[in-house]
Design a protein around this ligand. Structure first.
Ligand SMILES: [Zn+2]
Length: 82
């Protein structure tokens, strides 16, 4: 089982339109009042619009930092001292 991921973006009016990118969040346990995206941005739960897919602009740092959606972390990236 991998980490479950949430996709969400800030609600209209909470940030500038250009910053309304779709962030990736690790699913919080319980009812967290705050969500921290992989890129380091944090939002109150009431500030986010949950999405079932990426809409509009994705947050590129989030995409780079989030684990693969299927949870398969093979750890095979990189081959040090080959
Ligand atoms: Zn992000």
């Amino acid at each position: 089982m991998g980490v479950r991921l949430l996709l969400a973006r800030p609600l209209p009016g909470t940030v500038g339109e250009a910053r309304r990118v779709t962030h990736v969040f690790p699913e919080p346990g319980g009812d967290a009042a705050q969500l921290d995206a992989y890129c380091g941005a944090s939002f109150g739960a009431g500030e986010l619009e949950l999405l079932d897919g990426i809409r509009g602009m994705p947050c590129e740092p989030c995409l780079l930092l989030a684990p693969p959606p299927d949870g398969q972390l093979d750890g095979g990236a990189g081959c040090p001292d080959a």
